[in-house]
Design a protein around this ligand. Sequence first.
Ligand code: FA5
Length: 342
Amino acid sequence: MVDIQKILIEAQEQLKNINSSEELSSFYQLYLGKSGKVTDLMKLMKEIPNEEKKNFGLAVNNLKQSISTAIEEKEKYFIKKKIEDSINNTKQVDLTIPSCKKLKGSLHPITIVQQKVIDIFLSMGFTVEDGNEIETEYNNFEAVNVPKNHPARDMQDTFYLDNGQVLKTHTSAAQNRIMKKYGAPLKAIFPGRCFRNEELDASHENTFFQIEGMMIDKNVSISNLIYFMKKMLTQVFGKEIDVRLRPGFFPFVEPGFELDISCPYCNGKGCRVCKHGGWIELCPCGMIHPNVLKMGGIDPDEYQGFAFGLGFSRLAMMTYDITEIRLLNSGNITALSQAKVK
Ligand code: FA5
């Protein structure tokens, strides 16, 4: 007589040691396949006496059911394990890590405002010239009427190089070369980096920018100077700007002035930027001294001219609402990118 219970126990034992889907399919073939142990039992049915057929059939069916269920469960277990393994072996992604932003570059505030001023002067017929950063003492001082031992040299703390040349203290250092290059009449601006060995604070840097301008022709007057400055500043600030002149001393101009602008932020009413005075000191200027014209090869009896030296770093600060000049040279992209046009 076949011991069905024994076959079931044997199958359950074998199943415990099965560790892969491949082993499980062999197990299936061994019991439920075409010539499997359970299938063979079913084939025995016809040899079983009639009175035992019912019990035998029931027992074989139960055996088949038990083995099928066990195989199904094991199969489910393998599928689940496969999914879990693949999750565990996949590189984990932390969705809370901030993404790496691609930072877009932009032009420096100085460059943006400089380009704007250059465009305005180009549209008014001025030529744009370049100045050297390392200059001869002659160009920086003597040629603009500041001879050796003149007290005005002390106003510009100068970096001297071992070879006797200087780091240009002002853009006026290019005046002589430009006059000699073009002669008169002449309309030119020359932006540039200047250097002074100064005490640093929120509005003084040792390296800063100026834009110099010169117009030389017959019958040039202070009215021309006021006209061009007003026109340029009105375009830079995008609104009508009033200017006023106060006397100022510079050896290379006579008369010399300090040009103030009506505060573009409060329209002259008084605010933090203009220190509540309604005016901002922006640009020293004046009529070019006859000695300077002469040294530039231009006859002062025939020609006159005006010159101005715009403190360009400060103009950029005003335009971008930057209150600390040292930020401009800091290379601090975060701070510079927060600078907003006023
Ligand atoms: C001059 O440099 C004259 N060459 C300007 C000039 C040109 C006058 C032509 C007349 C005719 P001053 O030293 O004041 O002048 O400087 C001009 C401007 O440069 C100042 O008004 C200021 O805005 C800026 N400046 C001067 N020193 C510094 C500094 N250390 N840091 C930032 N800006 C400065």
